[in-house]
Design a protein around this ligand. Structure first.
Ligand SMILES: Nc1ncnc2c1ncn2[C@@H]1O[C@H](COP(=O)(O)OP(=O)(O)OP(=O)(O)O)[C@@H](O)[C@H]1O
Ligand SMILES: [Mg+2]
Length: 268
């Protein structure tokens, strides 16, 4: 089971769009996928066609300490989406309360991780949609994952934001002894601009081979699909957005082979 957090503390850089559409594209390639919505804005929940306020079992129940009367196991909050193979652990605005409810709890960074480890769920992929902050919800997601996809929109301050993000990852390595692999995806790109070329050069310098070859161009079908509550491959399969996310899924799947090769090497 590959557990991937989609993160960046900057808002509006296509974290949610990537979770929904990478998730649906992996499902299209016959993988069983769970999206965990860790954002109180509940955009993944909305974008998959659910009304967050009508849900009474959410990720917040999973983050409650096991002895709390509100606690539920991850398995108990998972719902199927209309897309075959694609499942959701939904959120709603109540999740905003998690920041202060968890703040004085021992092991607060580990609640999501331990609930995933405890639950005997079988998915090929878990994608975790993070909120635009580096608070306790994002830290729970980063602690639970083994890989992170950082989405970057080519922008003057994009690299500055990434430095801050990498500092958080350094803290995590030092204090929580957790060191997930980091990959970068360029999103909402206007590829003809000089700015695009400059940002790509910088990202390549910093992340080398961990930059996905697939670039997600600016494509209106992606925004429209989310507002209709469906992944873009169902809304407009011929759009560049749909094709790009299918390509991204292929790249992510290719890493499966690399990873199992590495595991075999380690074992021998
Ligand atoms: N490739 C794209 N082309 C055009 N619009 C896009 C693209 N990707 C995302 N968008 C739109 O940009 C906006 C921000 O995207 P999204 O909600 O996925 O970002 P986010 O990083 O999850 O935001 P937040 O930080 O608030 O959670 C949305 O309106 C979305 O529909
Ligand atoms: Mg989002």
């Amino acid at each position: 089971m590959r557990i991937i957090a989609v993160a960046n503390q900057k808002g509006g850089v296509a974290k949610t769009t990537t979770c929904i559409n990478l998730g649906a594209s992996l499902a299209y390639h016959a993988r069983r996928v769970l999206i965990i919505d860790m954002d109180p804005q509940a955009h993944s929940t909305l974008g998959l066609g659910f009304e967050p306020n009508e849900l009474d079992r959410t990720v917040l129940n999973v983050l409650e300490p096991p002895r709390s009367p509100y606690h539920l196991e991850l398995k108990e909050v998972i719902i199927p989406t209309r897309t075959p193979n694609l499942y959701l652990a939904p959120a709603n605005i109540d999740l905003a309360g998690a920041e202060y409810r968890l703040i004085d709890k021992l092991g607060r960074e580990d609640f999501l991780n331990s609930s995933i480890q405890r639950s005997n769920i079988s998915f090929d992929y878990i994608l975790i949609d993070c909120p635009p902050s580096l608070g306790i919800l994002t830290v729970n997601a980063l602690k639970a994952c083994r890989e992170v996809i950082v989405t970057i929109q080519p922008h003057y301050f994009a690299m500055k934001g990434i430095e801050e993000f990498m500092e958080t990852m350094d803290l995590m390595r030092e204090n929580l002894r957790h060191d997930p692999e980091i990959y970068v995806l360029i999103t909402i790109a206007d590829v003809r601009t000089n700015l695009y070329r400059e940002v790509v050069e910088e990202v390549k310098k910093y992340f080398g081979g961990h930059l996905f070859e697939t670039v997600i161009h600016r494509n209106i079908a992606l925004a429209e699909a989310t507002s209709h509550g469906v992944p873009v491959i169902e809304y407009e399969p011929s759009s560049s957005g749909a094709q790009s996310y299918l390509n991204l899924a292929k790249e992510v799947i290719k890493l499966e082979e690399k990873k199992s090769g590495e595991r075999l090497l380690r074992r021998n």
